[in-house]
Write a protein of this length. Sequence first.
Length: 342
Amino acid sequence: MADNPRVILSGFADEAAHPTDQSQKTAEQQFATFAALGLQDYSIRFIDAGAGPKNVMKLTKSEIQRVRALENDYGLNVSSIGSPIGKVKLVDVDDGTRNVYVPFKKYLAQDVAKACELAHALECKLIRGFSFYHPRGSDPREHMAQAADQLGQIAEACHRSDLTFGVEVEPNLVGENGHLLAELHARVNHPAMVLVFDAANIVVQGYTPDEVLDQFRAMTPGMGWMHIKDYHHPRPVVRGEPIDEDMLSNFVPADQGDSAHEQLLREFRCVLPKLERKLRRRGIPGVFLDLEPHVKGGGQFGGFSGPDGMGVALRGLCRVLDYVGIDYHLRDFDDIKAARGF
């Protein structure tokens, strides 16, 4: 419908690579699945571009060139760099976790600079990141000032490169829920830092659908884009305990979980036109909904859905979008004809 606001559908292509083997993440598998599903944009996170699977941050120049060539073959564009920026310790203390600590000046000069270089090499405007691990067992509010200072410096580095940094809500981090992340956004107050909403990352912590919606509303003023995955709890969750992300196994499509995506997206529909104008001013083509469904399992640094799971998740999302009146585009015959020069 002409009057409906529109989103751009994307997804973490590494989740769609192989039906059963999570270690196989070849670019051809990822891109073939996305092209077959009708998607034209993807977030790059883990990929095998000929030298074995690796995180996007470790790609060599020759591997980037091969990825670019394959993108052209399959008609794909990168929506965001799915970097792990911000998934390191804020403080150098032994808190019983495997999380690493990197001195921030070194981190900014090496990892953040590398993410910016990758974004330019892959011709995208968005870098996904996180809000740092506070010491396990501590109150994240005690570390708000340091996290905001470091995120502000990352945002400024992205801004100087004409990029936008999106901070995702996720358990165990300083911005582990929507209210904390909204406070971080307000403290940083930088045009190059936006927020990335992910309903499942809130639900896994034991929040109810009403609480998820409340946190969504808190994040809305700073929103940049959304990740789409959902979760269904098989049993009650003890609120406040650290989340073992590698043990989470009950992710479901957006139309079947505990996040109430119908209501979330119905409210999101109202802010889409204003948000799209804001993003376009920063050179971003529109508002991305990024599928990260994890329907065959998820962990601290990634997840797995397989090509069939990604298809199920995409159809579930499209059903919700159709119901609430948000438009989107999947490849059609006109796209194929255009690609062939008809």
